[in-house]
Structures are given as C-alpha cells and as structure tokens.
Write a protein that binds this ligand. Structure first.
Ligand code: ADP
Ligand code: MG
Length: 726
C-alpha cells in the first residue's frame, strides 16, 4: 500500500483547531494544584513532620525514617483525594528524557480484599531493575543494582493517576547514574564557594542560590504527515528533503500571529503546566516556519530543570491530542533554523541580592563585578569542557550552522560592561564603582548605566552572553537535559571562586580594605580575559574562527573528540575538587556519550539507506521507466529523437542520480560494517563521525531527485507540506 501524499496534505490542511475550554478559574487558583507544595505540606503534615521536612529541604539535612513515614502518610491522604492509584519514582537517566516505573498502591489486606498502602520506605527509596540504562560500565550487569532516592528539594507531583516522586538515580557503589545527582552536587559547590565570598560583603548571607530560566524551542508537524516520514519518526529529523521555495526568508513567521491549531495546543499546555506548578510566562512563534518557543519564570536550577523535563514530556502527550507531533530535535529540517534551549543562569543570595546584576551602591557593584569577572574567567579556563557539555550527535547539526552559536565558546559582554572592565584596569583600586541613575545622575568614575539591560546582546551570535542580570548559555540543544551544561558551568564557576577567594585572602592579609583587595585581585583576571574569552563581534564570521584559534580557545568541531575535554587533567581537577564528579564517573560518562553518539548516527545511517533503497530509488525508477517508454514511443512514431530532448536529458540525469544514490548507500553500508568491528567506544564514535558526513553526501543526490521526479510519484511529504500549518 503506497501513501497518498495528496490525501494526507489535504486532510492536514483541513483540520480545525480543537476547542480548549478556558479554565473557569484564574491561573493563580489552579497554579500548583497537582504539586505537593508547601501549602499542601502545611495542610497534610503534622507540625513535627512538617518542621523536620522543611529542615531537609532548606538546610539539606538527611531525611530520617520517622519523618519519611510521616510525610508519606500525609502525601497518601492528598494522593487518594486526587484519585491516585499508582506511585512512581521519576528520574533522569543518561538517556534522553525521564524514566518511571509505576507501582500500584494496593496491597492485600489478608481478608480477601485490598487496601492502599504507601509508607516512608517506598517514598524514599526504590530499586528499579535498571540494568539496561546507560552507565558506562559502572555497574557490571551481574550486580545491576542501582537505586533511586527521593530528592526532597523537588516537590512530588501528580500526573493522571500517578504520584510522581522526583529522585536521584545512583549505583549501589555510590556513583551517579543520572543528570540530577551531579547537578545537585554542582549547585552545592557553587553555592558554598559563592557564599564564602558574599559573606565578606554581607555577613548575613547564609546561602547562595543558583537559578535557571530555560527557553524551549520546538517544531510542530502534523501527525499524519509525520507518520509518512520514517526518518522523522525514527530519528526525529528529516534526513532528506529539498528546500521549500519559501522558508523563513521573509521573516514572516517570527513573532507572527500564532496559528489557531497551535494556539489551542499552547493553551492546553499552559494550563497543564501551571497545574504542575510550572510558571510558563512567554510563548511565541520562532524564526523558522512551524517553530515555536516558550519560557517560564526562572527558578531554583534543580527544580526548574525538573520542570523543563516535565514540560518536554507534557508537550509530546498534549500535541497528539491536537493532531501534532512535537519535534525537539536540534535540526529537524535542513536549510532553516534549528532549535536550541537557552539556559539563563544566575546566582543570588538568600538575602535577596542578585549576584549577576549591578547593585544600588558601590559595594553591591563591587560584589557584582567580583562574580561577573569570575564567571568569565571560569568560562575561559574551561571553555573546552563547557562546549563538550552541550555537544551531542543532534546538536552538532545546529552549532556553527549560521543560525546558532559556533562551535567555539566565547562570552558577550555588551559595550557597557566591556568598557567598565577596561576602565577598571586604568583606575586606582580604591575608586568606588557607582551606578549612573536613570537620568544620567552620574557619580564616581566607573558608571554602569541602568539602561544597560537594553544594551545587551541582540545579535544572538554569542554562545554565552551577559544579558543584564544573568548569563545566557545559548549553545544548549533543544532536546538536551539542561543539567549537562549547568553542572559543568557550576563546577567551573565554583572552582574559580575558590581560587579567587584564596587570592583575595592573601590581599586582605596585607591589611588592604575589602574594596582595594577585591580590585587588586580582579585586575589581573580582567587583564587575562578581556581579549581572550570576551568577544562582542560576529560569532558567525569566518574571521572569528581564525581569531579564536589565535586566542587559544577550543575550536574542535568533531563531537566525539570534544568529549575528551571531560577527562583532561584540568577538567578532572575541577570536577573532583568541587565534588561534582569522580574520575570514575567522568570516564564512565564519556563511554556513555560516545556510545550514544555512535548509536544515533548508526540509526540515521540505517534509516537513510533503507529509505534510499525502498522509497527513493523505486520512485525515481518508475519515473525513468515512464520517460523511457515515452521516448521509445516517440521514436517509433516520429522516427527519431527530435522533439524529445527534454525527456532524454531527464532520463540521463535521473539515471545518473540513481546510480549515485545506490553507490553511496552501498559504501555507507560497508563503512558501517567496518565501524561495528572496532573495539572501544571512542574509536567507534570516531568512525561514525565519518559516517555522519556520508549521510549528508547521500542526501544530496536524493534531494536533487526530488527536484526532477514527477511530483505525483514522490513517496514522502515534502518540506513545503511539512512546514506550513494551516
Ligand atoms: P529573551 O528571548 O529575551 O532571552 P525570554 O523572556 O524569552 O527572553 O526568556 C528569558 C528567560 O530568562 C526567562 O526564562 C526568564 O525567567 C529568565 N531569566 C530572567 N532573569 C533571570 C535571572 N536573573 N536568572 C535566571 N534566569 C532569568
Ligand atoms: Mg533568551
């Protein structure tokens, strides 16, 4: 049975937006309805349990068994009121997405019936038989014991009939097997290192918090058209497809009116997200046709990252109700923009002072500059591993693609902050750092005008940009777990802050004032970074590649090679000193990364070859045969080829392209066979890196065929059909 492309396109065009009834309540009334948040804790827990639990959450105290039982019994009450029948530990293994294993609440009551049970032990710990999650050889399968343990800083939530308990996932021997554990360790590391410094400025500071605000980009395609594209279904991206005549060149999609069907989907998504306590704030069309974005109000990094994972699941489920499929792949379509996930990152004290924003007086500005400069230094020292932290087989298609940051990490400061840093190098260390008031009410020598929030980067070519009150890590891929990037960033910043504090203490011991000691410690750092990691120019330009190399920044473009940055002596020192990863974990994670890279490319290559042989060549041959018949008839009737040059030329072209497709498919198959015999994850990944290039080469003759073959015969929905939602 062949697909009727036209039928599919007509049907998708005719679909109407689903009516989504507006909730009868205000958003504030149902926000967090499905979350066991502090309000629910107060309602369902006895005062003693409540107090003990809040100690765990706020101060990181371990959860004892009695408290766990108390919490579980309160939670059970709440869950049963909400018709919950199952519980699951919800965790983030090193695959994409999240994992869950549902257990019913029922137990036999010994009298022939069942009762609902839920106690502290099932809240706190589970042992999923999780031997097939990637672990890079940490757990030999014979002792395939990994366990999940509740992370009380992430609130428990209800999805459908299931109580979901956010957990870390660790090996029996203590190594992290997930994204959450190292993220939490890195938050602690950066928080402690930062708090030490903050206390010099304000002794009331107990804790520094790490914030994340993600911006999730995604594509929507019609589910019927999607189902007719094996490449999209299996790999998440189109492996072939000629460019549509109209793409994004008119810029008419960006911030345009949201199409009705999409708006209905977004509305439902927002309601569900709000119910789960996810404060979605913005939604808009993105640059490419069918591309959209949403962002929440930022929050504590660990929770905000959980929420991003949750939203990604939610999107997939809800989109289907509206006849769409969500594409979270970084580059689902060639020739138009791909999708990223900007991670807006900042630190702030528990006294309410943001550390990545200028303050109200000279001391607060000095504190801001201390953190600002040290973040930049951390990014400079570890630019290679930061890049590795966002690298993946899928993000590789997006980076450096003239739409996204290049495969070089640099930092954008904006004109104002660049000028401030240069000025600091010139002025005496006791110069107070003043802020110019809104109306040019300037005082002091170094000024940070308040309008500098608007003065920050709009050109979008920088992978790490200062945007007024935060840094925006823009190189993160749309399908990624933000934790990969944040963990590395936090660890790098923590290490730099530790070093800075040491150097600062030396200056303070000399009897200098805090102002002078800080400035004297900052100056040599500023001198090192200002013309190295700091770059305000066009990151897409050719010259930048050369310039970056000259500056000694990491310019590696091969993804499997990039991963090696995780195990260099500098990286190992940084991660172990901050307690974020052990050396064993780093090695194991690289194994996993190489293996995932290999498998992704392997799957794409297989799908590509199958489609070339089963879809493309037969369609092209059918057309060629028809042309041959026409020419042959023409020749019989007219006694020659005069008057059918077009057909003859087409036959030649198509024939040549079919040969090319066939040859390239065969050579890729052989390359795969050779690659599969290689020992070692790295070696295999490198071989598959070469195969990734072959996939693009095989694509070329296929896309050419799409240009020539009769539209009626083409067996796959085309870009122009996939990309425009009515
Ligand atoms: P833009 O597209 O201009 O970057 P958006 O509004 O789409 O802006 O997204 C900005 C994101 O940055 C939001 O998630 C927002 O909550 C987050 N954000 C704002 N301030 C901070 C901050 N100080 N720390 C972390 N994230 C922040
Ligand atoms: Mg942004």
């Amino acid at each position: 049975m062949s697909i009727d492309r036209f039928e599919l396109v007509r049907a998708s065009f005719g679909k109407k937006a689903q009516a989504v009834g507006a909730p009868s309540q205000k958003s504030s009334e149902y926000f967090g309805a499905c979350v066991f948040d502090r309000a629910k804790m107060r309602k369902y827990l006895d005062p003693e349990t409540l107090e003990a639990l809040l100690e765990c959450i706020d101060k990181g105290h371990p959860l004892d068994r009695a408290t766990a039982d108390g919490v579980a019994s309160g939670m059970k009450l709440w869950a049963l009121e909400n018709h919950v029948t199952h519980i699951t530990h919800w965790f983030q293994p090193l695959t994409e997405g999240t994992a869950e294993k549902h257990d019913s609440l029922i137990d036999l009551d010994g009298k022939g019936g069942v009762i609902e049970t839920f106690d502290g032990s099932s809240l706190v710990q589970q042992e999923p038989d999780a031997s097939s999650f990637p672990n890079g050889g940490i757990r030999a399968t014979f002792e395939a014991r990994g366990y999940t343990a509740w992370d009380p800083t992430s609130p428990v939530f209800i999805q459908e009939d299931t109580l979901c308990i956010p957990t870390v996932f660790i090996a029996y021997t203590g190594e992290a097997l997930d994204y959450k554990t190292p993220l939490k360790r890195s938050i602690n590391a950066v928080s402690e290192a930062a708090a030490e410094i903050c206390r010099l400025f304000d002794p009331r500071v107990n804790k520094v918090r790490c914030y994340l605000g993600w911006e999730q980009e995604y594509f929507l395609v019609d589910e019927d058209l999607y189902a007719a594209r094996p490449d999209l279904m299996i790999t998440g991206r189109t492996l072939m497809g000629h460019m549509s005549s109209k793409n994004q060149q008119l810029g008419d999609h960006y911030f345009g009116a949201i199409p009705g069907r999409v708006a209905a989907f977004m509305r439902e998504l927002e309601v569900e997200a709000l119910r789960l306590g996810i404060p979605l704030k913005t939604r808009h069309n993105e640059v490419a046709p069918n591309q959209f974005e949403m962002a929440p109000i930022y929050g504590d990094a660990n929770l905000s990252n959980d929420q991003n994972q949750l939203v990604m699941n939610l999107m997939n489920n809800l989109a289907r109700k509206h006849g769409f499929v969500v594409l979270l792949h970084e580059k689902p379509f060639a020739g138009i923009n791909g999708s990223g996930k900007h991670c807006n990152w900042s630190l702030g004290t528990d006294t309410g002072r943001p550390l990545m924003a200028p303050g109200r007086d000279a001391t607060e500005n000095l504190q801001f500059l201390t953190f600002f400069v040290n973040v930049l230094m951390a990014v400079q020292r570890h630019n290679g591993v930061l890049k590795a932290s966002i690298a993946s087989a899928t993000n590789a298609h997006r980076l450096g693609g003239h739409e996204a940051p290049p495969a070089i990490i640099s930092a954008f400061l904006g004109r104002t902050m660049s000028a401030v840093l240069r000025k600091i190098l010139e002025v005496p260390s006791d110069t107070p750092i003043q802020i110019a008031g809104k109306k040019e009410r300037s005082v002091g020598l170094i000024e940070i005008p308040e309008i500098f929030v608007d003065n920050t980067d709009r050109n979008r070519t920088s992978p790490f940009a200062f945007t007024g009150n935060r840094f925006e890590f823009r190189a993160v891929g749309s399908s990624a777990n933000c934790a990969g990037a944040l963990t590395t960033l936090n660890a790098a910043v923590a290490e730099q802050l530790l070093d800075f504090k040491k150097a600062l203490d030396v200056e303070l011991e000399k009897g200098k004032t805090l102002q002078v000691a800080v400035m004297d410690t900052l100056k040599p750092i500023i001198a090192q970074i200002i013309d190295t990691i700091c770059f305000d120019g066009n990151g897409y330009s050719e010259e930048w590649q050369q310039e970056a190399r000259r500056r000694g920044l990491d310019t590696e473009t091969c993804v499997p090679e990039m991963f090696k940055a995780f195990t260099t002596p500098e990286s190992v020192a940084m991660f172990t000193r901050t307690g974020v990863y052990t050396e064993k974990e780093l090695a194991a994670r690289n194994e996993v990364k190489w293996d995932i890279y290999t498998k992704k490319v392997q799957i794409e290559s297989r799908v590509m070859v199958r489609m070339a042989i089963n879809h493309i060549i037969p369609a092209a041959l059918e057309y060629k045969t028809r042309l041959l018949k026409e020419v042959s008839l023409h020749q019989q009737v007219m006694g020659g080829f005069d008057g059918c040059q077009t057909e003859v030329e087409l036959i030649r072209r198509i024939g040549g392209l079919i040969e090319e497709v066939s040859d390239r498919a065969e050579s890729m198959r052989l390359a795969r066979k050779r690659a599969n015999t290689l020992e070692g994850e790295y070696e295999r990944a490198m071989a598959y890196h070469a195969i990734a290039a072959q996939i693009e080469e095989l694509r070329r003759p296929i896309d050419k065929l799409e240009e020539f073959v009769d539209n009626q015969l083409w067996p796959l929905p085309k870009y122009r059909e996939l990309l425009f939602i009515s």
